[in-house]
Design a protein around this ligand. Structure first.
Ligand code: FAD
Ligand code: NAD
Length: 475
C-alpha cells in the first residue's frame, strides 16, 4: 500500500463514509480510517448511526410498534390472535442482523468505489500528515493532499447520575437491554429520550421521563409539540417537565433518582436509567501538535460555511462541527466537501435540514415554525389538514395528527412544513423538495397527489392556506 493519498477521511460514520465514496467517484485516491469497535471487540464502519444510533433504534421502533399494534389494532381489523408475546432476544437478534448487514455493506461499497478502508485510529499531524495506528497496534504515517475530519460525537454525561453501563446507561446501552425493565427512568425528553422511551414503554415498561426544561420539544412548532405531548402521555409516558435531576442512589433493587420540579424535591425509584441529555463533539486524540485546527468553546471543530477548518486543506464534517447532529446533514456535508476538493461546485442548504422523530405518531418538520415566522414580523398564513380527514390514514387506523404549512402571506412562498402523523418522516421529503425550489402553496395546490394517499394531507394543507381545501371545512 502506498502511503500517499489525495484524501484521507478520519471517521467512517454517515458523514465520513459518503465523503470517501464521493471523493473516489471524483477519481481521487482515498483512504477512510475508522476505529469503531463493537462491544464484542469487532470493528465496523458506519459510526454511531449504523452501529448504535439511527439504524438499531429504528429496528427496535419497528418491532415494538408492530407488537403494540397487534395488541391494540388487530381486533378492529377483525383479526383474532392469541396472547401476543415479545421475545426480546429475537427482537435484538433481528436488530443485530440489520446492523451487521448495513455496516458490512459499507466495506462492499468501499471496495466497489476503490476506497482504502483502514480500521484503527487516525490522528492529524502537522502538514497534512496522518498517524494511523492499525488494529494490530502498528503505527504508520500517511500523507494526504486533503484531510477530512469526521470523528462524530459521544453522549453527554450527567455528573449527578454517572454511567455504570448496567443500571445507568447511555443510548447505546438502552438499545441493548436483554429484558424489559419494569420501570425505566429517562433523563431528557429530547429525540433519543422519546424514541427509546417509546420502545420500552410499548413492551410494557413503566417509563418516567425527566426533562429539565419547562417546555416540551421547544425546537418543534408549538402546535405539533402540544399534539405530541398529548399522544405520548396517552401512551403512558410519564413526562415530567421542569424536572432538574439532583442526584441518584443505587441499590441492588434499582436506582433512586432525585429531582426537583415545581412541586419541590422529589424522587422516583427505577430499575434502569437512560441518560439522554444530548451529545458532544468527539475529538479525543484526533489532533496532534501544530495540526492547526481550532475548537470552539463547546469543543466543536471550527469551520467556515463550506466546512473548511483554519488549517490548509483540512476539512471537518458531521456531528463534530456546528449544526444539528443528524446523519443526513453529515452526509450532505461529506458529499459537498468531496466535490469541493475535486474542484466542483457544491453547497449545503443549512436552512432546509429536515428533522424527524420516529415515534408514533411520527413527527417531521422543515423550515421555520409558526412561532419563528411570527417573531420575524412579516405577514404569514397557515394551512392545516388533520389526518382524521384522510381516507388513507383512516384505512390505516392511523388518523392522528395533522399537516401544517406556514407560508408568506404576500409572496405565497412556503416557509415551513410541520407534520405529526403517519409516515411523517416520508411525507416531509415532498416539503423539502418544494422548499428547495422555493415553491409557493399555489405550486403544491396545482400539483396532483394520488388518491388515496397520506400525501394528500400536504396538498389539502396547501389548499387550506387559501381557504380552498376540499376535504375539510376551511377556517
Ligand atoms: P459518527 O456516526 O459518530 O461517526 C464517527 C466515526 O468516527 C465513528 O465510527 C468513530 O469511531 C470514528 N472516529 C472518531 N475519532 C476517530 C479517530 N481519531 N480515528 C478513527 N476513527 C475515529 N440521526 C438521524 O439523522 N436520524 C436518526 O434517526 C438518528 N437516530 C439516532 C439514534 C441514536 C440512539 C443516536 C445516538 C443518534 C441518532 N442520530 C440520528 C444521530 C446520528 O447518529 C449522528 O448524527 C451521526 O451518526 C453523525 O455522523 P458522523 O459521521 O458525524 O459521526
Ligand atoms: P437532545 O438535544 O435532542 O435532547 C436532550 C434533552 O435533554 C433536551 O430536551 C434537554 O433540555 C434535556 N436535558 C439536558 N440536560 C438535562 C438534565 N440535566 N436533566 C434533564 N433534562 C436535560 O439530545 P438527545 O436526545 O440526547 O439526542 C442527541 C442527538 O442525537 C440530537 O442532536 C439528535 O439530533 C440526534 N438524534 C436524532 C434522532 C433523529 O433524527 N430521529 C434520533 C436520536 C438522536
Amino acid at each position: 500500500m502506498s502511503q500517499d493519498f489525495d484524501v484521507i477521511v478520519i471517521g467512517g460514520g454517515p458523514a465520513g463514509y459518503p465523503c470517501a465514496i464521493r471523493a473516489a467517484q471524483n477519481k481521487l485516491k482515498v483512504a477512510c480510517i475508522d476505529e469503531w469497535q463493537n462491544r464484542d471487540g469487532s470493528y465496523a464502519f458506519g459510526g454511531t448511526c449504523l452501529n448504535a444510533g439511527c439504524i438499531p433504534s429504528k429496528a427496535l421502533l419497528e418491532s415494538t410498534e408492530l407488537f403494540h399494534r397487534a395488541q391494540t389494532e388487530f381486533a378492529a381489523h377483525g383479526i383474532t390472535v392469541g396472547a401476543v408475546q415479545m421475545d426480546v432476544a429475537a427482537m435484538q437478534a433481528r436488530k443485530a442482523k440489520i446492523v451487521k448487514g448495513s455496516t458490512m455493506g459499507i466495506l462492499a461499497l468501499f471496495k466497489s468505489a476503490g476506497v482504502t478502508a483502514l480500521q484503527g485510529h487516525g490522528k492529524l499531524l502537522k502538514g497534512n500528515r496522518v498517524e494511523f495506528i492499525g488494529r494490530d497496534g502498528a503505527k504508520q504515517e500517511l500523507i494526504a493532499k486533503h484531510v477530512v475530519l469526521a470523528s462524530g460525537s459521544t453522549p453527554m454525561a450527567l455528573p449527578s447520575v454517572p454511567f455504570d453501563n448496567d443500571r445507568v446507561v447511555d443510548s447505546w446501552g438502552a438499545l441493548e437491554f436483554a429484558a424489559v425493565p419494569k420501570k425505566l427512568g429517562v433523563i431528557g425528553a429530547g429525540v433519543i429520550g422519546l424514541e427509546l422511551g417509546s420502545v420500552w414503554r410499548r413492551l410494557g415498561a413503566e417509563v418516567v421521563v425527566l426533562e429539565a426544561l419547562d417546555t416540551f420539544l421547544p425546537m418543534a412548532d408549538a402546535a405539533v409539540a402540544k399534539e405530541a405531548l398529548r399522544h405520548f402521555q396517552k401512551q403512558g409516558l410519564d413526562i415530567r417537565l421542569g424536572a432538574k435531576v439532583t442526584g441518584c442512589e443505587k441499590s441492588k433493587d434499582g436506582v433512586l433518582l432525585q429531582f426537583a420540579d415545581a412541586k419541590g424535591n422529589q424522587s422516583v425509584v427505577v430499575e434502569k436509567v437512560v441518560v439522554a441529555i444530548g451529545r458532544r463533539p468527539y475529538t479525543a486524540e484526533l489532533l496532534g501538535e501544530g495540526a492547526g485546527v481550532e475548537l470552539d468553546a463547546r469543543g466543536f471543530i471550527k469551520v467556515d460555511h463550506d466546512c473548511r477548518t483554519g488549517a490548509a486543506n483540512v476539512w471537518a464534517i458531521g456531528d463534530v462541527v456546528r449544526g444539528p447532529m443528524l446523519a443526513h446533514k453529515g452526509k450532505e456535508e461529506g458529499v459537498v466537501v468531496a466535490d469541493l476538493i475535486a474542484g466542483k461546485v457544491g453547497e449545503v442548504n443549512y436552512d432546509l435540514i429536515p428533522s424527524v422523530i420516529y415515534t408514533a405518531p411520527e413527527i417531521a418538520w422543515v423550515g421555520k415554525t409558526e412561532e419563528q415566522v411570527k417573531q420575524a414580523g412579516g405577514a404569514y398564513k397557515v394551512g392545516t389538514f388533520p389526518f382524521l380527514a384522510s381516507g388513507r390514514a383512516r384505512a390505516m387506523e392511523a388518523a392522528n395528527g395533522f399537516c401544517k404549512i406556514v407560508a408568506d402571506k404576500d409572496s405565497d412562498e412556503i416557509l415551513g412544513v410541520h407534520i405529526i402523523g403517519p409516515m411523517a418522516g416520508e411525507l416531509i421529503a415532498e416539503a423539502v423538495l418544494a422548499m428547495e425550489y422555493s415553491a409557493s402553496t399555489e405550486d403544491l395546490q396545482r400539483t396532483m397527489h394520488a388518491h388515496p394517499t397520506l400525501s394528500e394531507a400536504m396538498h389539502e394543507a396547501a389548499l387550506n392556506a387559501d381557504k380552498l381545501a376540499i376535504d375539510i371545512p376551511n377556517r
